[in-house]
Design a binder for this molecule. Structure first.
Ligand SMILES: Nc1nc2c(c(=O)[nH]1)N[C@H]1C(S)=C(S)[C@@H](COP(=O)(O)OP(=O)(O)OC[C@H]3O[C@@H](n4cnc5c(=O)[nH]c(N)nc54)[C@H](O)[C@@H]3O)O[C@H]1N2
Ligand SMILES: Nc1nc2c(c(=O)[nH]1)N[C@H]1C(S)=C(S)[C@@H](COP(=O)(O)OP(=O)(O)OC[C@H]3O[C@@H](n4cnc5c(=O)[nH]c(N)nc54)[C@H](O)[C@@H]3O)O[C@H]1N2
Ligand code: SF4
Ligand SMILES: [Mo]
Length: 684
């Protein structure tokens, strides 16, 4: 039995280290790697199901072509024919338009390892193209960090163990960041209290000491009220504020006159809960605030993050052990091609198509229109809002290529489908947005049937198009994957991970010896060099300069419920469907008993969930865990676009996201639905 080292490259906080067991070229078993001090030999159920995932009966084996998208009449073709089709398509476009501007790239985070930024680099190497940009995931919160601190940077999760109080705002680590739970538990053993603030009583809330069920999208009002109280009580940290902050007086003035009645009415919190939270904040000196990614999926999501950042700053928590405000960090995305990814929208020759514009308008309204689209590491016909509308847009684009491991809904609406390798079939490197570990992923088995890595596809295409376009491709055509990875090394990588080149890193895991405290040196990257309560950058981008939140999102129909489509344990976005080892994820709508009673709905009954966008039928799960104004349907579980919960999700911008991603984020959790029993009840 041969053992190889891997790292799970999914868009997941954990980025787990793994060991594969291979016999006769076949993957036999995958386990956690005990040598990684963060993941500590443990992986989630999805990780344990990888053998099934790799040899899944639905895995793509060959390039497939269909003339008419959606016809399902795919024919197997050779890679050579696939490349010919692509190159002919692009050459014709280049000849007609004088550039590849009508060719688009639509990519996201199906695999986050460094080698998987090759498509971005490849597209950037061919002169101007069109980029569908914008993060459906985290950009609003990252922009909030940019305005306040200068960049997103969180302490290592181990810092939680030193805290006296941990406040979790809209994160569900028991499901989405499983290795963090160990630190939470250790903190509690050390005497810390854990508070979860969430409209849903999640698995994480079950583990906590206190749970506050807040009205959705109102945390900023709560954070401002707490901040105002601390200032009124003279409990703010004068030394920190004088030395390291900018615009505190203006913030303090704006906080004056927060109406306590409005606070209670808007947030839905009880008087006792508010005063209890005040007591907790005033009686602890080491407070670790953790803001989740789900927290910012609102039209005011970025601003809400700024209010919690401000709460932490007023207490002088920033830069202290076991303290601070933590969201995620971007400082491990430092390989050369990743830098290009973050900056791609800044390349002035590219045509930037913000996600919401694309979903609303499609590609044919552009001048020149989108003639060709490359989709990779992304499954928009399940994951993006209004996937049915996107399907229409795909129909109108003459040539759509999707690279994936499976025949996803998106692949079904493509002309050409290219099979890609899993991470067991190619070497790579993955880092995390939550911990600072580095892990090398070794190749354990040969590519499944005719699949190729995204890098190999780009390289082989580059060879074929070399010097045939108006802007010849500069993408390297003759490097092995390892050499390609080595090209991504720079001084930041050396400094951060300590490997001078790829050869030193092969097969290695590296985890920092001591847990980093973010902003320990108070070297903020804002224009003032301080924590900015008052942000000119925000103001220049048409946003409030100060982190003040007064108004909740107003629902137009008082009978509607706010649709939450959060992340669940059985999948990773749209991945891991149909795995034998992971229980089926039947779509259900979770509603509070009060909301169910008002609509005469009983547990297990079939209901219609509908709004101006769509109507879906599913089972109702009546529970006391969700907020009475919320309808919760886990995202990612549908097997078809027509049944995807995103059919119900409206295309709404968050307030922030443009700085890091070139487009505002998506306010996924600010859609509203009505629910009715499927069958009309007999009159009572
Ligand atoms: N309603 C609602 N929608 C949401 C969210 C929500 O909370 N609610 N969450 C949003 C968030 S946070 C995110 S991050 C997005 C995620 O959205 P996506 O990035 O689209 O999601 P995934 O399903 O993780 O991956 C997309 C595809 O990548 C493929 N893939 C995996 N590995 C590779 C590879 O090596 N190469 C290639 N070419 N393909 C590969 C997978 O098979 C999968 O089909 O969804 C967003 N959508
Ligand atoms: N098992 C598993 N793990 C995953 C993923 C997965 O799909 N499955 N997805 C990965 C990805 S791409 C991401 S982005 C992360 C997401 O990680 P998380 O942010 O932890 O997860 P979410 O489910 O997006 O949202 C977290 C919580 O925010 C709450 N919330 C929503 N709105 C508000 C609000 O206004 N106020 C407050 N206080 N709370 C609110 C929701 O009820 C939810 O419980 O997880 C990653 N890890
Ligand atoms: S999906 Fe996340 S928790 Fe599961 S093995 Fe991969 S990185 Fe680890
Ligand atoms: Mo995400």
């Amino acid at each position: 039995m041969q053992l190889k080292r891997h790292v799970c490259p999914r868009n997941c906080f954990s980025t787990c280290s793994m060991i594969s067991y291979v016999e006769n070229g076949q993957l036999q078993k995958v386990t956690g790697d005990p040598e990684n001090p963060y993941t500590n030999g443990r992986i989630c159920a999805k990780g344990l199901s990888y053998v099934d995932h790799v040899y899944h009966k639905d895995r793509l084996k060959y390039p497939m072509y269909q003339k008419n998208k959606g016809s399902g009449r795919f024919e197997r073709i050779s890679w050579e024919s696939a490349y010919d089709m692509i190159v002919d398509n692009w050459l014709a476009i280049d000849q007609q338009y004088g550039s590849l501007l009508p060719v688009g790239l639509y990519k996201y985070t199906g695999d986050l390892s460094a080698g998987h930024y090759a498509p971005e680099e490849f597209f950037s190497s061919m002169g101007p193209t069109t980029r569908i940009v914008g993060s459906p995931c985290a950009a609003a919160g990252f922009d909030a960090a940019y305005y306040d601190f200068g960049i997103g940077c969180s302490s290592d999760p181990e810092q939680m163990e030193e805290a006296e109080l941990i406040v979790i705002w809209g994160a569900n680590p028991a499901v989405t960041s499983i290795h963090s739970i160990r630190f939470l538990e250790n903190a509690r053993k050390n005497g810390a209290l854990v508070v979860v603030i969430d409209p849903v009583l999640t698995k994480t809330a079950e583990l906590a000491d206190f749970y506050l069920q807040i009205n959705p999208g109102t945390d900023g009002i709560f954070a401002n009220a707490l901040t105002s109280y601390l200032i009124d009580q003279d409990l703010h940290d004068e030394v920190y504020l004088n030395r390291h902050s900018h615009g505190f007086d203006a913030f303090k003035n704006e906080l004056k006159g927060i109406d306590h009645g409005i606070l209670l009415q808007q947030t839905g919190l009880q008087e006792e809960a508010v005063s209890f939270m005040k007591t907790l904040l005033t009686s602890s000196s080491k407070i670790f605030h953790w803001i989740g990614l789900g927290f910012q999926r609102h039209t005011n999501g970025g601003q809400m993050v700024r209010t919690v950042n401000a709460l932490g700053a007023v207490q002088g928590l920033i830069g202290k052990p076991g303290s601070g405000v933590h969201y995620a960090h971007a400082d491990t995305w430092i390989f050369e091609n990743q830098t290009a990814f973050f900056k791609e929208h800044l390349e002035k020759n590219n045509r930037i198509l913000p996600l919401t514009h694309w979903i609303d308008l499609g590609g044919t309204v552009l001048d020149p229109p989108l003639e060709s689209l490359w989709i990779s590491c992304r499954n928009p016909l399940i994951q993006d809002p209004q996937p049915g509308q996107i399907r229409e847009h795909l129909k109108h684009i003459p040539f759509v290529v999707t690279a994936d491991l499976f025949m996803t809904e998106t692949a079904k609406w493509s002309n050409l489908v290219l099979p890609v390798t899993s991470f067991f079939e190619e070497e790579d490197i993955a880092t995390s947005y939550w911990h600072r570990g580095f892990a090398y992923n070794e190749q354990a088995i040969e590519p499944y049937h005719e699949s190729k890595s995204d890098y190999t596809i780009m390289k082989e295409l580059a060879r074929r198009i070399d010097h045939r376009f108006h802007s010849p491709s500069a993408f390297p055509t003759d490097l092995t994957k390892r050499e390609y990875l080595n090209r991504q090394w720079n001084d930041n990588v050396r400094r951060q991970f300590g490997f001078s080149d790829v050869h030193e890193a092969v097969g290695q895991i590296r985890y920092p010896e001591s847990a980093l405290i973010s902003w320990k040196n108070h070297d903020y990257l804002t224009p003032s060099g301080k924590f900015e309560f008052y942000s000119d950058r925000a103001q220049n981008n048409g946003l409030p300069a100060l982190p003040i939140h007064k108004q909740q999102v107003v629902r137009t129909d008082p009978d509607s419920l706010q649709l939450f489509t959060t992340h669940d344990s059985r999948g990773l976005n749209s991945q891991f469907k149909g795995s034998r080892t992971i229980p089926e994820r039947a779509t259900a709508v979770h509603i509070h008993a009060e909301a169910a009673a008002a609509r005469e709905i009983s547990d297990g009954e079939l209901v219609r969930v509908f709004n101006e966008n769509a109507s879906l039928t599913m089972k109702a799960k009546v529970t006391s865990l969700v907020h009475p104004s919320v309808a919760l349907i886990y995202q990612g579980s549908a097997t078809s676009t027509d049944e995807a919960v995103n059919q119900l999700v409206s295309v709404k911008d968050s307030d922030m996201g443009e700085h890091v991603s070139g487009s505002k984020s998506i306010a996924y959790y600010d859609s509203f639905v009505n629910i009715k029993p499927k069958q009309n009840h007999a009159p009572r």
